[in-house]
Design a protein around this ligand. Structure first.
Ligand code: FAD
Length: 466
């Protein structure tokens, strides 16, 4: 699906050439490491790599897996994933709601999620590691149910038309049909609803992250605990022939855990996959160049989002879909014991402080609960059992993924900013990114997600942002 577009075409062949060159320079003795060894202890990163992936969340590891799967094995590349927090205490991946849906308004988002769903269905064909137990994503099939008021009806219907054209199985429900199927919903201000019939539901994010990581390491990807702190660059000031305003990374500096020591890693390509911190990573890594390089900031930053789990014995029960309300509130079933999980993004202008991951319980009482109780009268009586907060990897420009070569940093590839839908799109986005790097084109057309759009183009707006 999707056209083979030639953008980013130069980087693929360049990477292959540089990859082969670097591989040829590696001392023979370094080639024989046990890829699973870093699970036991943390060796420093190698001094040379073909590709350094900064950030070991689901997108970073998916990309690393695909790179090793799609590369020409004869010239096996040295790929290093650098993750600063092996406990993933703040990573979006493990703090997400685990949902996958096909109901988007942009073809790119529909296709990425559709491809990912196909991958997840057959995950053991891709990510199973011999002599290990089969992967169990704990997938819970369940349609998403989007509700629209009079004001949002036309947008929702246009989205469904496009989704069907892209091969998604989704139906429109009138208020009467909605009431017949889900009698526990208050339909009084609902004009129309859309309900997914397949490839939607939720799964365990840890299992997917771990599966990508284990498989990638079994293919030879090197896992390193450390923080990418800075880039050492070639710029127009020190490189004959390089145009002003451009630069290339020669080394990344990796700060090792509990240490001020920095290990330089020379590399052909850097992949910025640092989730919510992708903008900050590029900002701080290039800080030394401010005078000579007017680098446009990458608009990807953390936005704090709460998730609440509540108990309601008289709630909708086993048939609960993943419901997205007209008000922006959402919920789904959590297990089978009368528990539910949900929340909403804060209203415009009321973004919480991102300095910590404390939960605002008043936000549930004041904002979320009234909306839930209006839509599902049974939720008027419920008891919150637990809650957590995580960071959306928020692209402030248009809340969609950013995937492709950086326009100024010539050997930096961006893979981030997927906002609330990066978990589900990671399998397909990682594949598309690896194809672009290796071949200069991808089997899924993601050309409109290229970073260049962030400066000067119209935002690529997605109507179904949750
Ligand atoms: C509450 C919530 C609910 C969500 N619900 C869904 C959902 O239902 N469905 C869905 O598809 N998506 C959902 N998302 C979004 C999804 O979780 C993200 O889009 C996705 O996980 C992003 O993956 P990532 O690998 O880019 O980021 P992360 O998982 O955050 O990984 C990035 C990693 O980079 C590391 N890092 C950062 N800086 C550096 C550095 N300088 N050096 C080394 N390492 C570094 C971090 O420690 C981190 O582990 C949700 C997110 C949240 C917060």
């Amino acid at each position: 699906m999707g056209g083979k577009r030639g953008w980013g075409g130069e980087l693929g062949p360049r990477l292959s050439r540089l990859g082969q060159t670097l591989k040829g320079q590696l001392p023979e003795s370094e080639g024989a490491w046990d890829p699973l060894r870093p699970l036991q202890h943390n060796p420093p990163p190698p001094e040379q790599a073909d590709v350094v992936v900064a950030g070991g969340g689901v997108l970073g590891w998916s990309f690393a897996y695909w790179l090793k799967t799609l590369e020409n094995r004869r010239h096996g590349m040295r790929v290093v994933v650098v993750e600063r927090d092996p406990t993933y205490s703040q990573a979006s991946t493990v703090l997400s709601a685990g949902g996958i849906r096909q109901q988007f308004s942009l073809p790119e988002n529909i296709r990425l999620s559709l491809h990912s769903a196909t991958f997840l269905r057959t995950i053991n064909e891709h990510l199973w590691v011999p002599n290990e137990p089969p992967i169990d994503l704990q997938f819970q099939p369940s349609g998403y149910l989007f509700l629209a008021s009079e004001r949002g009806a036309a947008t929702l219907e246009a989205g469904v038309k496009l989704q069907r054209e892209e091969g998604v199985k989704v139906v429109l429900l009138s208020p009467a049909q909605l009431k017949a199927k889900f009698p526990w919903i208050n339909t009084e201000d609902v004009a129309v609803a859309s309900y997914g019939l397949e490839n939607e539901g939720w799964f365990d994010p840890w299992s997917l992250l771990n599966a990508f990581r284990r498989k990638a390491m079994s293919l030879g990807v090197y896992s390193c605990v450390g923080e990418v702190t800075s880039f050492v660059m070639d710029t127009a000031d020190n490189t004959p022939g390089m145009a002003q305003g451009f630069a290339r990374v020669k080394y990344v500096n990796v700060r090792l855990p509990d240490s001020l020591e920095k290990q330089p890693v020379s590399c052909a390509v850097v992949v910025a996959a640092a989730g919510a911190w992708t903008g900050k990573l590029l900002d701080s890594a290039t800080a030394g160049l401010r005078g000579s390089l007017a680098l446009s900031p990458l608009p990807i930053e953390p936005r704090k989002r709460y998730v609440y789990v509540w108990h309601c014995p008289d709630g909708p029960g086993l048939e609960t879909p993943f419901l997205i309300d007209t008000s922006g509130a959402y919920f789904r079933r959590e297990g089978i014991a009368g528990n539910y999980l949900g929340s909403m993004s804060p209203p415009e202008g009321r973004e919480p402080d991102t300095g910590n991951l404390e939960v605002d319980h008043d936000f549930f009482q004041e904002e979320v609960w009234p909306r839930l109780a209006h839509r599902v009268p049974a939720f008027q009586s419920l008891k919150v059992k637990s809650a957590w907060a995580g960071y959306y990897d928020y692209n402030t420009f248009d809340q969609n993924g950013v995937l492709g070569p950086h326009p100024q940093l010539q050997n930096v590839f961006v893979l981030g900013g997927f906002s609330g839908h990066g978990l589900q799109q990671a399998p397909a986005a990682g594949k598309a990114a690896a194809e672009l790097l290796l071949h200069g084109s991808s089997s899924i057309d993601v050309s409109r997600l290229a970073p260049g759009r962030l400066w000067g183009s119209e935002p690529l707006l997605e109507a179904a942002i949750v």
